[in-house]
Design a protein around this ligand. Sequence first.
Ligand code: BTN
Length: 321
Amino acid sequence: MAIKDKVLELLDDNKGKYLSGEQLADTLGCTRGAVWKAVKALQENGYPISAVTNKGYSLDENTDILSLAGIKKYLDPDRQGLEIEVYKEVSSTNLVLKDYANQGVPEGRIVIAGMQTQGRGRLGRSFFSPSDSGLYMSILLRPDMAAADAVKITTAAAVSVALAVEKVSDQKPDIKWVNDIYINGRKICGILTEASFSMENGGLDYAVLGIGVNTYEPEGGFPEAIRDIAGPIFHERKSDMRNKIAAEIINNFMRLYDSFEENSFYPEYRKRLLWVGEKINVIRGSEKTPATMLGADEDCRLHVRYEDGREEYISSGEISI
Ligand code: BTN
């Protein structure tokens, strides 16, 4: 690890406190000049480090740096063995993991990034993934499961995110069918599961579960096209928050995944489902059909009643209000 990264790690572990140049140099086995150079470079990279004569260096208390060590602090003891990779920037965490999956990497590998240059969304859309304001994460799964049940992975993930966000923010997230997480009418998280099916039995070969969380308002705001839809969980930065959220999502998802056959995610999913009993539009391509939303069944199919009284269970698609 470069000295710069080691200095950052030490300051991050002692956020809000001053560490002297001498202390840092002794711990890292380098010169005070090297520490000073590292701090300067970090400041230039945008890290809020104050340098005070006779006191030393201190990283702002509310700094939120994604890191493996930071995530592990909040992971349940029985999840500490998971193979997690954390990057500042990747093309898409889903793409990285799909490559791994094709190379035969086993289930449970996790890739997390603070920025994506090719973030992938549902229905072939892109997912806005700017630096330093969100959390982009994918988990590789190899479940023994029929292809039709793959939607449950996404649903269990939605429940995991909702529970995680509620725990760290005291806000109550809702789930918009099938898998978008909302707070106060704004989408704070999107989920995309990309699956590969076995040619032999049609079952799942692997699934890459991708979760994108809008933690803070991005610099310059959300792009025009999603400004009325997307929103952040927090309006100000919180110490270590993205590490906490990542760990809590993993803790929750792994627990639900362990008891998948029992549909353990379903009661919580149902409880959080938005617009039950309300008038919605079922969107198919460019066609919008008005209907009443009746709920979602244990297979996560949307249950609607159209204006002519006809009822339908829908496996995929989109709704609006
Ligand atoms: C959507 O709302 O359309 C789904 C968005 C899913 C975004 C996540 S971010 C992590 C993972 N990597 C991607 O490229 N996409 C998913």
